[in-house]
Design a protein around this ligand. Structure first.
Ligand code: ADP
Ligand code: MG
Length: 321
């Protein structure tokens, strides 16, 4: 299902560190290796603070990795000139969590929707209204919304999706894009995204703290913990075949679509350590029932255990689960 020739974007050994107080270093992303495939969704899931947004900021060139490479069709994003980086924005567009905060409240919907096309010189002013109506129709909103202001309408997330897709990007990045929505609205926005993905063969990078939601539509799921990817698994296999103790905890009944991001995962007793104080060895050791001396001394690496399924866990390795 995942062919090398279908790779659109590839993260290779991505490390991102931030300077912290008292001369310390915070490692937000630690050796991330992931592939985004043509027309498929890669879901990245993990608790708040595990490094998801830091990773996507590098993917969309808002930040540079400390080390490692992000290759877009084989080309390292860090090697692009400023102009090339700007041009490349057309290929990778982002939907934010809070559309109202990201739109200028003084702009009408017609201008919000067509601004990216105007900026890239792809639309004449006289064509704005027709294009905006077409984009509204694409996201199943009434064409008359063109004259409204963002605070005077519902469906802000759909506007954000329409604006992001106006440039016909190859990759759509959604960072907690549906997390603030009611469950029923969330489901309808996901349905819309899945339909548009199929129609336009878009690759999606969908960042979310909710595994129950992400497994319903992601083709590939990467589970992130304290800056590390601990399991990568085809979305359709996650419920039955996920083996990392952290993924299993995320699958626990208490961690569901209804959970508020600030809540703790109730199926895990202790808390995640501070990212400034990551233990030597496996990052999950203090919360894991299967932790051994080896887990405290050595860091497990991701190893493939089935096609498209890799896990970083000595317990799994030794038990040959
Ligand atoms: N610009 C920054 N400077 C310092 N620390 C940062 C910065 N951005 C993120 N971090 C830290 O990196 C870690 C990962 O953050 P983030 O990527 O936002 O996590 P997530 O999106 O998974 O909630 C957190 O500990 C956060 O405090
Ligand atoms: Mg985030």
């Amino acid at each position: 299902m995942f062919k090398e020739s279908d790779i659109v974007l590839s993260a290779k050994h991505i490390v991102k560190q931030f300077p912290a107080s008292h001369g310390r270093t915070l490692t937000a992303c630690n050796d991330i290796n992931l592939n985004v495939y043509k027309g498929k969704t890669l879901g990245i899931v993990g608790e708040s603070g595990c490094g998801k947004s830091t990773f996507v900021r590098m993917v969309i060139s808002l930040d540079k990795p400390t080390s490692g490479e992000i290759l877009y069709h084989g080309k390292n994003l860090a090697d692009l000139s400023k102009k090339e980086t700007w041009l490349n924005r057309q290929n990778m567009q982002m939907v934010f969590q809070d559309p109202l905060a990201s739109f200028d409240p003084k702009m009408k919907i017609v201008d919000i929707l067509t601004e990216p096309l105007i900026n890239f010189g792809k639309l004449k002013k006289s064509e704005k209204e027709n294009k905006a109506r077409e984009l509204l129709e694409m996201v199943e909103l009434p064409g008359d919304f063109v004259d409204r202001y963002p605070h005077n309408m519902s469906g802000g997330q759909r506007i954000s999706i329409a604006r992001a897709l106006s440039l016909e990007p190859e990759i759509l990045v959604c960072d907690e894009a549906t997390s603030a929505l009611d469950v029923s609205v969330q489901e309808s926005v996901i349905e819309l995204l899945v339909r548009l993905q199929k129609e336009k063969n878009i690759s999606m990078l969908f960042i979310c703290h909710d595994l129950a939601l992400i497994r319903s539509f992601a083709h590939q799921i990467a589970v992130m913990y304290l800056g590390n990817i601990v399991e990568v698994i085809p979305g359709e296999d996650v419920t039955e075949y996920a083996v990392h103790p952290y993924t299993q905890a995320l699958l626990g009944a208490q961690f569901s679509i209804h959970m508020d991001p600030s809540q703790k995962i109730q199926s895990i007793e202790s808390e995640a350590p501070s990212p400034l104080d990551v233990p030597k060895g496996c990052p999950f050791q203090n919360r894991c029932e299967n932790c051994t001396d080896r887990c405290k001394a050595e860091m497990p690496k991701l190893k493939e255990i089935a096609p498209g399924h890799a896990v970083a866990c000595f317990y799994v390795e030794e038990q040959k689960i």
